[in-house]
Design a protein around this ligand. Structure first.
Ligand SMILES: Nc1ncnc2c1ncn2[C@@H]1O[C@H](COP(=O)(O)OP(=O)(O)OP(=O)(O)O)[C@@H](O)[C@H]1O
Ligand SMILES: [Mg+2]
Length: 394
């Protein structure tokens, strides 16, 4: 029952929900634009196993939805009865696998004598000879024997083990090499063992060149990019309806344009447009405009600023030269604006593409990968210039 003394604004909150989730790593109310990938994930665990679907690498810019897709992979695996270990690349990954995750799963799913398994976790002390399992074997062979044992135990029921690792670009390369080796052994021995990693585009590209990451080069590699306008519209309209609200057609178009195919922005624009909606009746264009403004402020803070911070000043000059255009920029024009040769500009273009900041937009053209990068650069350039002037004056 609704309390009688509720204020009108509290009442509005009470009656309506906001199902948009503008935070990283949060599974969206409606996941759109990834149907093909989701199908492949389901196929990966469906009966006759195609080994290709069992070692997967996702790469993309911030906020494109990599972590959400890792979660979809986990869900697909779990609904086929597989066990899943979900990890991130923070320090101590190998220890967490060998002392926490695997002993726990082995306890629940293997018939091996308890003492041995528990000493593998490091919780129970010495095993024959006064040396514990983890002390006697280095982490790598512990990892291999634990995985062997677990996948052997699961095999009769047709189930396997999945390890997902987020932010792989931040992994200790030695840890990653060890995990990779075990995945490769697993592949050779035809074990039901799957791996999915996800990380940011550029560092992933660099990681793939590293000798310790051979197994990742063999992984099925999916770039995770923008989603179509139709998908954006469907997700906006559907989430708004499920939140108990309606939206004008023009307002919906406005919101879809502002999202520009970028999943994080979809959640931001949706969330802040609902938040701006105070009155009864459908959400209006004014309210969506207010939502877009709020969304853009957060996008700047959470995405543009961190993405642009590591760039050199020449990189920035290149981007500022691009930011003069409203749509895609001609590479020749950029070189002209920078007053450099096309070849010199070309090197920066290649790096910025590899860094995932810009992308090719057809022959001789480039554009920014994340919406509003140009606006952000322009605003900040203006701000910096003003600060510079103020500095000269004072
Ligand atoms: N396909 C999608 N449809 C709708 N919303 C999505 C989709 N993918 C991601 N989102 C939303 O976008 C936001 C960012 O997703 P996620 O955290 O998975 O991005 P990410 O690529 O892992 O970013 P980062 O590189 O910063 O970790 C979340 O709010 C999520 O709910
Ligand atoms: Mg993520």
């Amino acid at each position: 029952m609704i309390p009688l003394d509720m204020s009108p604004s509290l009442y509005t909150l009470y009656m309506s929900r906001n199902l948009f989730k503008p935070s990283f790593g949060t599974y969206p109310h409606l996941l759109v634009g990834r149907d093909q990938l989701l199908d492949e994930f389901e196929d990966a665990f469906d009966g006759i196993l195609d080994p290709a679907g069992l070692t997967v690498l996702l790469s993309g810019q911030r906020g494109m939805g990599k972590t959400v897709l890792l979660d979809s992979y986990r869900r697909a695996a779990e609904s086929a009865g597989w066990l899943v270990i979900t990890e991130s690349s923070s320090a101590g990954l190998l220890e967490r696998l060998t002392r926490d995750h695997l002993p726990r799963l082995l306890r629940d799913h293997s018939d091996e004598p308890r003492t041995r398994l528990e000493s593998a976790s490091g919780t129970v002390g010495p095993l024959g000879g006064g040396v514990s399992w983890t002390e006697r074997y280095p982490a790598e062979s512990t990892l291999r024997s634990q995985i062997t044992e677990l996948t052997d135990a699961l095999r009769p029921s047709g189930r396997g083990l999945v390890i997902t690792i987020d932010e792989v670009q931040a992994a200790d390369i030695e840890d990653l090499r060890k995990v990779g080796e075990i995945i490769q052994y697993g592949r050779r021995e035809e074990r039901l063992l799957a791996f999915m990693g996800a990380g940011l585009s550029t560092p992933i590209e660099e990681l793939l060149d590293h000798p310790g990451a051979t197994f990742l080069r063999r992984a099925e590699h999916y770039p995770v990019g923008r989603v179509s306008r139709a998908d954006v519209r469907a997700a906006l309209a559907g989430t708004i309806a499920d939140s108990g609200r309606e939206i004008d057609v023009q307002a919906l178009d406005l919101a879809a344009d502002a999202v520009d195919g970028y999943p994080f922005m979809l959640q931001l624009v949706g969330y802040h447009s609902l938040k701006a909606h105070k009155a009864t009746g459908p959400i209006t264009t004014d309210e969506v405009n207010a939502g877009i403004a709020a969304a853009r402020r957060r996008l700047g803070r959470h995405v543009h600023t961190p993405a642009l911070r590591p760039l050199s000043s020449v990189d920035r000059t290149y981007l500022l030269a691009m930011a003069q255009d409203d749509g895609p920029s001609r590479t020749g024009k950029i070189a002209e604006r920078m007053d450099v040769t096309a070849q010199y500009a070309g090197e920066y273009r290649r790096r910025l593409i590899r860094d995932g900041i810009i992308e090719s937009a057809g022959h001789g053209k480039v554009r920014f990968t994340i919406p509003y990068t140009a606006d952000h650069l322009r605003e900040h350039a203006a701000h910096d210039a003003l600060e510079g002037l103020a500095g000269e004056g004072g």
